[in-house]
Write a protein that binds this ligand. Structure first.
Ligand SMILES: Cc1cc2nc3c(=O)[nH]c(=O)nc-3n(C[C@H](O)[C@H](O)[C@H](O)COP(=O)(O)OP(=O)(O)OC[C@H]3O[C@@H](n4cnc5c(N)ncnc54)[C@H](O)[C@@H]3O)c2cc1C
Length: 296
């Protein structure tokens, strides 16, 4: 799980430009990545991360561009990024939804302040920061033209697929750990895997992990074919997240005393899973997407 956030953040940043940028912006901002620069994605605001429309970060129109002020939370790899895709409302636009735009901000721009390094209980290979934007000046050619809210949601609709695969991977790691433990933990002369009270929940979990993987594949194939896949992606992300939590919980329970022992990987899997599951939208947000698609 430590490596997936690198993939996630690269994907999030790239897709903002890929889906929303002009040819010139693609050249300028994606070309930099080829040379080794890193980009991050800053949507989550001081207010609710689940409801981007309620963001308070605002861009004021000034000569030659914009001046952005506000606060962003939980921005992964903000410390090592050279380019920041920042979502903000534009003061000039009164319609709240239409006013959201993405802006590309360069590292070192005055007023772009890394406020706080969040100390999460898990995902130690990942780092995230709260950011303050204090009158950050952005040239007008760094504003991504495409409507910002739709863009943010379209980006997430693609990147949530790889996140679902990451969740499946962590679920599988926990499954492998618990299978190994159950085979080797001998009580009264036989492995605990011979008790159906142990092996049946493991059998069910293995089935559910396969189902989660197949849901993720379905969303990926639909994305590749340019089919509409909001419902399928949110189903995949949601289900994989639930199964990841179920998997680390079962592994921890069956390992019993060893489940909390830091010499065993399962306690780390447990911390990683709980730290990770809300990324790119909580269970409730995925259910909102799914139900909207069902009833649209
Ligand atoms: C590891 C990690 C990395 C992250 N990296 C980034 C990043 O790089 N960039 C970025 O922009 N963000 C990032 N985030 C933020 C993430 O997207 C948000 O945490 C997530 O969207 C939830 O927002 P929130 O934490 O503000 O919760 P809130 O929006 O405050 O939600 C609180 C609770 O209310 C529920 N809720 C909210 N609205 C509704 C509703 N309408 N109906 C029912 N329930 C509701 C939620 O499901 C949740 O349980 C990251 C998060 C994590 C965990």
């Amino acid at each position: 799980p430590a490596l997936i956030p690198f993939l996630e953040i690269a994907q999030l940043y790239c897709h903002v430009i890929l889906y929303g940028g002009s040819e010139e912006q693609k050249e300028r901002f994606l070309g930099r990545l080829v040379k080794g620069d890193i980009g991050c994605y800053a949507l989550t605001d001081e207010g609710s991360g689940s409801d981007p429309v309620s963001m308070t970060t605002t861009a004021k129109t000034v000569a030659d561009g914009y001046e952005i002020s506000g606060k962003k939370r939980i921005i992964t790899f903000a410390d090592i990024s050279d380019l920041y895709a920042i979502f903000s409302k534009r003061e000039e636009e009164t319609n709240e939804v239409e006013s959201i735009s993405a802006f590309i901000v360069e590292k070192g721009t005055p007023g772009l302040i890394l406020e706080k390094h969040l100390k999460m209980m898990g995902l130690k290979g990942h780092r995230s920061y709260n950011i303050t934007l204090d009158k950050v000046k952005v040239p007008k050619e760094n504003r991504i033209e495409k409507a910002g809210l739709r863009l943010a949601l379209n980006v997430l609709n693609t990147t949530r697929i790889s996140l679902a695969f990451g969740f499946v991977g962590l679920a599988r790691a926990a499954l492998e750990a618990v299978v190994d433990f159950a085979k080797n933990r001998i009580i009264r002369g036989k492995p605990i895997s011979e008790h159906q009270a142990i092996s049946f929940p493991i059998a069910e979990l293995a089935t559910e992990i396969d189902a989660a993987r197949l849901l993720a594949y379905r969303a990926a194939v639909m994305d590749e074919k340019n089919a509409r896949h909001r419902k399928e992606t949110s189903m995949a992300k949601n289900y994989a997240g639930n199964i990841m939590i179920k998997s680390v919980d079962l592994a921890s329970r069956i390992l019993a005393g060893y489940g909390a022992d830091t010499e065993y990987l399962v306690e780390r899997y447990l911390r990683d899973a709980y730290s990770w599951v809300a990324a790119q939208g909580t269970r409730e947000v995925q259910n909102l997407v799914i139900s909207r698609e069902i009833f649209r």
